[in-house]
Write a protein that binds this ligand. Structure first.
Ligand SMILES: C[S@@+](CC[C@H](N)C(=O)[O-])C[C@H]1O[C@@H](n2cnc3c(N)ncnc32)[C@H](O)[C@@H]1O
Length: 256
């Protein structure tokens, strides 16, 4: 593996999360390096983990390196072929296709990926390779069909529900994949006490983002699909690095 190829991808690639490699800090959309410690995710010692919507593997890496998970299987719908990696309404498809093509750094960094033995710009596989993380495995797939991947002690799903048109099926699939407990982190949530504690969802009408969730809506859905002892684990705000403003998140936990 050549250092200059690795550095080029960290320096000039498109990154969702902020990663540090030697003296390079990637220009990620979100910098979770400190915030991740405040989410309330417990020790994962000796646990097998499923990370649904794993993206570049920032959380998966943390689960193994800092929380001592035995293994993490990351599932993502992204095939890293330049196509849109979100469900979008037909009427918005063209906008999202253009946006996604801009995001694919494979065209400009192809030689660097090839030199590392990587056949596409899948950052999860890149991170696993460069940081030499044993026990991290990528699977292409969707939250709507987790059955092929089996069951895991702990299931995590971060910042994916806001992009789903069918959250109820998705929560049910998370339940099927969970042996012990499941943590779901959702952005742009709002507090239910402001609306008389009703379990409301707000339809956001933007093609690739479908709903804003009240805390109680998530709790109700999780309970109704069969999770037990569902509660809010934590809440936080994180800055979108590109725009400079912060968005709220709520982190939920449910047990099998
Ligand atoms: C906003 S990113 C969140 C990344 C990371 N989990 C986090 O918490 O920061 C959402 C990820 O979910 C993936 N995704 C979108 N729809 C999906 C689906 N139906 N099933 C699995 N992954 C999906 C996207 O490709 C993307 O990598």
């Amino acid at each position: 593996m050549s250092e200059s190829n690795i550095k080029n991808i960290f320096q000039n690639g498109n990154w969702y999360h902020t990663f540090e490699y030697q003296n390079i800090i990637t220009k990620g959309t979100f910098d979770y390096r400190e915030i991740i410690k405040t989410l309330g995710i417990p020790s994962l010692k000796n646990l097998d983990v499923l990370d649904v919507g794993c993206s570049d593997g920032f959380f998966s890496k943390y689960f193994i390196e800092k929380l001592n998970a035995s293994s993490v299987t990351g599932v993502d719908i992204n095939k890293y072929d330049g196509d849109i990696a979100f469900e979008v309404l037909k009427s918005y498809e063209k906008n999202f296709k253009d946006k996604y093509e801009e995001h694919n750094d494979f065209l400009s960094l192809r030689d660097d990926y090839y030199s590392l033995g990587l056949k596409d710009s899948n950052k999860f596989n890149f991170v696993k390779k460069v940081f030499d993380i044993k026990g991290m495995k990528f699977e292409n797939g969707s939250i709507y069909d987790l059955i092929p991947f089996g069951q895991y002690d702990f299931v995590f799903c971060g910042s994916l529900f806001e992009h789903l048109r069918d959250p109820i099926t998705a929560f049910e699939q998370l339940l099927f994949a969970t042996k012990n407990f499941c943590i779901v982190d959702i952005s742009n949530t709002f507090r239910s006490y402001r609306i008389g504690n009703k379990p409301y969802l707000e339809y956001t009408n933007s093609g690739g983002n479908f709903f804003k969730y009240s805390d109680n809506s998530v709790i109700q859905i999780m309970k109704n699909v069969g999770f037990k002892d569902v509660k809010v684990l934590s809440s936080y705000k994180i800055k979108i690095e590109k725009y400079g403003y912060k968005i709220p998140h709520t982190v939920f936990v449910g047990y099998k």
